[in-house]
Design a protein around this ligand. Structure first.
Ligand code: FO1
Length: 314
């Protein structure tokens, strides 16, 4: 790990695509990713860390680009067999992906922390950047709905994120400690970047670890956040509806309000240029660019804009 890294807080698909751009602009070895574990789930006893895996698969080129998660071209013979034999297999797991979960689960059962397992998976898959889970402790995102609380993947996958979200909490966060390397990556960073991930379910679970939030609030490095909301919509997933149902504005101004005191700059899309003044009223510099990551060139352009705003010359 670089002794003065560029530290990126990231969730799943949006975060991973942004990171693809980042490693085109700066050496991957200079980048430390602090990833979300609030989506982690244990289908059939296997430990799945969807957001960490989406980063792994995206940066190694294994990713299924259409879905944004899982391994491209993966088969599902194991899952089909499980279904035939009576398992309730509602969470889709490809055969190659299951191989990764077997390796992870076995190591966790042996008592290895998630951070150590993740480091080994990243190294075996040939990743040059450092990927850290926010915490090795158990932290799970719990979604409140009119029918009561459900775990994140029941909300997202099983129920197709159709429920109106009435609350979000992060079970285990109060006592969770940052995984080894996370505090240092924030304390010693040259720049901190919050990727264009859902602020409520991808970034907030990271910030819910008390020592991470405190370290970010006490940062010496500049922190640049990228809005995942463009023209009132999320580029993927339920972020816009969720922001609204929880009383936030589904706009870069709403995102800025969530990151107030934690970010110094907000990168927002040119379709939202008229909101720049409101972002700046919240004490953040607003940088207006095209943020739509439609292809590799656009991902690199957005990463360059965010890193430029952080004063990283590349
Ligand atoms: N998303 C789905 O919509 N349906 C699935 O069955 C599903 C399985 C899955 C398996 C492994 C993995 O790494 C990700 C998976 N995802 C699936 C995505 C996952 O739910 C992510 O947590 C969301 O994309 C939110 O980041």
């Amino acid at each position: 790990m670089h002794d003065s890294p560029i530290t990126v807080l990231a969730g799943g698909v949006g975060g991973a695509r942004f990171l693809q751009g980042v490693v085109e602009v700066v050496p991957a070895a200079d980048v430390v990713v602090v990833g979300n574990v609030g989506d982690d789930v244990e289908p059939h006893g296997l430990h799945v860390s969807p957001d960490l895996d989406t980063v792994l698969y995206t940066l190694t080129g294994w990713i299924d680009e259409d879905k944004g998660w899982g391994v491209r071209g993966d088969s599902d013979r194991a899952l089909e067999q499980a279904r035939t034999l009576g398992a309730d297999a509602w969470f889709w797991l490809g055969d190659l992906d299951i191989g990764l979960h077997l390796a992870r689960t076995e190591a966790l059962r042996r008592g290895e922390p998630l951070s150590a397992v993740t480091a080994r998976l990243a190294q075996r898959l040939g990743l040059d950047l450092t990927l850290l889970p926010a915490t090795d402790d158990r932290l799970r995102t719990i979604i409140g709905t009119a029918q009561g609380e459900i775990d994140f993947q029941t909300y997202y996958v099983r129920r197709g994120h159709a429920d109106v979200v009435t609350s979000i909490r992060f079970d285990g966060a109060e006592t969770a400690r940052p995984a080894p390397g996370v505090t240092e990556a924030l304390r010693d960073a040259r720049a901190i970047v919050i990727a264009p991930s859902n602020p409520l379910i991808s970034i907030s679970p990271i910030l819910a670890v008390p020592a991470i939030r405190e370290q970010l609030a006490a940062r010496t490095a500049i922190c640049v956040a990228v809005s995942p909301i463009v023209a009132g919509r999320a580029l993927r997933g339920p972020a816009a509806a969720m922001l609204e149902s929880l009383g936030h504005e589904a706009s870069p101004a709403g995102v800025a309000a969530i990151y107030q005191g934690l970010a110094d700059v907000l990168v927002l899309d040119e379709q939202d240029a008229e909101l720049a003044a409101r972002v700046e009223q919240l004490g953040m510099r607003a940088v207006v660019v095209d943020t739509i990551m439609r292809d590799a060139a656009a991902r690199e352009r957005l990463a360059r804009a965010a890193l430029d705003a952080a004063g990283i010359a590349a």
